[in-house]
Design a protein around this ligand. Structure first.
Ligand SMILES: [Zn+2]
Length: 249
């Protein structure tokens, strides 16, 4: 049977039997996969040396099975376990949220190297930044862009007129972007967002990882950006995410 090797980040873990677990990985070469980890389970409350930890990057070897989406994990070599997550709850929840987003937004066996790279960079950033909030916002926006969901922020999604002179704009998830004063009268629902918030969210999209490390954004603007993103993500996924109960922006 063919054995495959790839870089992988552990997203989820479910018990399968007393001695095995099903691990969901996001991998560089194969996208999201599920792998049965026999004998990898923690024993009597303590992790054995073979345990697979969540939010950890491994080089994995797995046997790919025909006609089933459950593969068999044969080896997991530790690359980075981001020790800062383990003693800082805020960092741990933010990293968990990023992993939940990857899990919810991806299908099995659909690799996307760009997404894998920003996922990896974001985990490192959350681990090392004094305040990882901006990393989380940038990850959400970059992920929406990579997966083709980025809303229209530059001008009215309906009539294409500019929105620069408007202090507050209507953002409508169903329409897929912002609406000018005239067009919003015809569209129901949506939320009102300060134009400055839209502008800063747009800048985060194009910021590289070195710049993200240094940039500072007012807390109130971060809160507004996250509010807008949660409203939009809820519309796309047709549900809210579990991590929202725990993370503070
Ligand atoms: Zn318009």
């Amino acid at each position: 049977m063919p054995v495959f090797r790839t870089e992988a980040i552990a997203l989820r873990r479910t018990d399968y039997s007393n001695s095995s677990q099903i691990i969901t990985f996001y991998t560089r070469n194969y996208g999201k996969i599920h792998a049965l980890a026999k004998g990898f389970k923690r024993s009597s409350g303590r992790y054995s040396s073979k345990a697979v930890d969540l939010l950890t990057c491994y080089q994995i070897l797995f046997i790919k099975k025909e006609h089933t989406s459950l593969h068999t994990l044969t080896e997991a070599i530790l690359q980075d376990n981001y020790p800062m997550f383990r003693n800082n709850l805020d960092k741990y929840y933010k990293a968990s949220y990023v992993a939940e987003l990857v899990n919810e937004f991806t299908e099995e066996n659909d690799p996307n190297e760009q997404l894998f790279d920003i996922f990896l960079h974001t985990l490192s950033g959350i681990s090392t930044d004094a305040d990882p909030t901006i990393r989380v916002l940038a990850f959400e926006i970059k992920t929406l862009n990579i997966l083709g969901y980025l809303p229209e922020w530059g001008h009215c999604v309906n009539c294409k007129s500019g929105i620069q002179q408007i202090p507050e704009v209507h953002f409508n998830a169903k329409e897929g972007g912002v609406l000018c004063g005239r067009c919003q009268l015809k569209c129901k629902n949506g939320i009102i967002v300060p134009a400055g918030v839209i502008l800063i969210a747009g800048r985060l999209l194009n910021m590289n990882f070195q710049r993200l490390e240094r940039v500072r954004i007012q807390r109130s603007i971060c809160v507004e950006i996250e509010k807008m993103l949660r409203y939009y993500i809820t519309f796309i996924l047709n549900k809210g995410l579990n991590s929202w109960k725990y993370i503070k922006i």
